[in-house]
Design a protein around this ligand. Structure first.
Ligand code: SF4
Length: 219
């Protein structure tokens, strides 16, 4: 798909971004559980706002599978106001807790014991967990080699002729997964590097001059 040299082009994009940015050290979080909670809280908001909410949950000793299982959605909402949409996100976190306790004994790491497609399908059935959140949890919290796609990823691939603008989430994800070996560490870093590139250079109005991917644009 998108030409026979897709693998080589993806590899060159990765190589350049890694050379320019090093290891972005994603995802911030002291435990797989904290990462999973962060994946829900970060929907439609900046990470800075998520950090405040996570800090409040920690201070209140609520950042554990047991504590979040027992707190009510209404009470939880009061601790995550900084993350925005706090009532919705509180309900989503409670749904995620129900799922984790029903399917994984409260341990997000247990997702890795299931076949990838099954774990992903089950996560996607949780209220408020869409493809990006599911893949972020699977990749960054459970260590499963599934590629997480965000708007920056789609934009960069689109501008470099590797995905169409109207491509859906799974189509963009498949560009990586069909062409690269399933490698958790590499998928982890690749996604983070693309986000950094998008944040610094590949904005709605691209700043190609000085971008690590300058010169790789299709002619
Ligand atoms: S800013 Fe330009 S060179 Fe950089 S990723 Fe975007 S389109 Fe490519």
């Amino acid at each position: 798909m998108y030409g026979s040299r897709t693998k080589e082009r993806l590899t060159e994009i990765y190589r350049r971004l890694e050379a320019a940015f090093g290891d972005p050290g994603w995802w911030p979080g002291e435990s797989p559980f904290e990462i999973a909670v962060g994946a829900v809280l970060t929907q439609n908001t900046s990470w800075r706002n998520v950090e405040k909410a996570i800090g409040r949950l920690k201070d209140a000793e609520l950042l554990s599978p047991e504590a979040l299982r027992n707190v009510t959605a209404e009470e939880l909402a009061g601790y995550i106001v900084s993350a925005g949409y706090y009532n919705v996100k509180a309900r989503r976190l409670k749904s995620l807790m129900e799922f984790l306790w029903a399917e994984c004994g409260g341990r997000v790491e247990a997702l890795a014991d299931m076949p990838v497609a099954e774990a992903r399908g089950k996560l996607l059935s949780v209220n408020g967990v869409g493809p990006e959140t599911a893949d972020s949890i699977l990749l960054y919290a459970a260590g499963i080699p599934t590629f997480a796609v965000d708007a920056y990823t789609h934009r960069i691939l689109g501008r470099h002729g590797l995905a169409q603008e109207e491509a859906g989430y799974d189509e963009v994800k498949a560009v990586f997964e069909d062409n690269l070996e399933p490698d958790t560490v590499m998928f982890n870093k690749f996604h983070a590097l693309l986000v950094k590139c998008g944040h610094l250079y590949c904005k709605p109005k691209p700043k190609c001059e000085g971008c690590p991917l300058e010169g790789l644009l299709p002619t």
